[in-house]
Ligand binder design. Structure first.
Ligand code: SF4
Length: 328
């Protein structure tokens, strides 16, 4: 009998690893596919693939994810996470690879009713049809509760080896993990910055002002404290020496670096700068500097496209005054 060739979405989480193990037991040759963007890495999937001895294709999903963040047809989850569309697009991309490279089916580690909205028996069928994979999308952990797929009907996968898991309890997965000798897997949630509310506020602010086309700015979203000043400038204020060094190396044309020179203190990278906001940034870096250890005015340098200029900034310096502009 010919051996079925399956391509499994591998996040690195336990369920995605179990899906591979169960399908191997059912007779399939398996490979994995995973996705990476500035919002989540493929690290856990790479680690899992290595442990499983699974050939892995890593897809740069950045353009897809940015397009979905800008305009999610099914809306966002609790933060800026377009999960429904993100998940469906990943499956669609896996389907494209399936057709290009001659796989027989795509599989996932989804479990019926594990998530109330997106993993009901009905919604799993909707996703398969919407992704153009009807009959070719295998969910081995819940397959006994779903219609048989084409490779099962063709006898390429032994359906009797597939499982009938349903619901949110994790005990069956833990038992299967022990059976298959899986010991290293991250928690099912986590790992995607788009699900974090604080990160989501920074991302929304960037999207609404500078836009999401400059990936350098997207990749810097976790760096530093963030301020949006009244003239429209965005300020990234270093929290530590690592942030400061990074900001100094990241300045692009049209942007300005501001930092105290007469006292230790943070570097600020100013996007979309205007004169009134730059005066505020000079006061801001003083407020976050160690000015208290020294007497007199602080000297601040400002470096932009036309070179460096130094300014004396008079006291008092107040962090409180900038709270109203800070993104939390
Ligand atoms: S948590 Fe992140 S990676 Fe996962 S489906 Fe949602 S947006 Fe996509």
């Amino acid at each position: 009998m010919a051996q079925a060739k399956g391509l499994s979405l591998l996040s690195g989480g336990l369920d995605s690893q179990l899906a591979v193990c169960v399908l191997r037991e059912a007779g399939a040759y398996m490979e994995g596919v995973t996705f990476e963007t500035p919002f989540f890495s493929a690290g856990a999937a790479r680690k899992a693939a290595k442990a499983l001895g699974l050939p892995l294709t890593v897809v740069d999903f950045t353009a897809d994810e940015i397009a979905l963040v800008k305009n999610p047809p099914h809306g966002y989850g609790g933060a800026m996470n377009p999960c429904i569309d993100c998940h469906a697009t990943m499956i669609r991309r896996a389907g494209e690879i399936m057709r290009e490279r001659g796989f027989d089916f795509v599989s996932t580690g989804e479990v019926v009713n594990q998530r109330p909205m997106s993993q009901t028996r009905q919604s799993l069928g909707v996703v398969a049809r919407a992704c153009g994979l009807e009959g070719r999308l295998v969910r081995p952990l819940s397959a006994q509760l779903l219609e048989p797929t084409q490779p099962e009907l063709d006898g390429l996968i032994d359906r009797s080896k597939l499982l009938g898991l349903s619901g949110r309890q994790r005990q069956p997965q833990m038992e299967l993990a022990a059976k298959f000798g899986l010991t290293d897997y991250p928690s099912p949630a986590g790992g995607c910055l788009l699900t974090e509310k604080g990160y989501g506020r920074r991302l929304k602010d960037l999207m609404d002002h500078e836009g999401l086309d400059d990936l350098r700015l997207v990749r810097m979203l976790r760096a530093g404290r963030r301020f949006r000043l009244p003239g429209g400038a965005s300020v990234i204020l270093g929290r530590d020496a690592t942030d400061n060094a990074r900001l100094e190396s990241e300045r692009a044309a049209g942007e300005v670096l501001v930092a105290p020179v007469s006292v230790p203190g943070p570097t600020a990278l100013v996007l979309s700068p205007c004169e009134s906001d730059l005066a505020l940034v000079r006061a801001l870096v003083c407020a976050y500097s160690r000015y208290d250890r020294f007497e007199g005015e602080v000297t601040v340098k400002s470096t932009g496209d036309s070179g460096r200029e130094d300014f004396k900034v008079a006291r008092p310096y107040s962090r409180e005054a900038f709270k109203q502009y800070q993104l939390t």
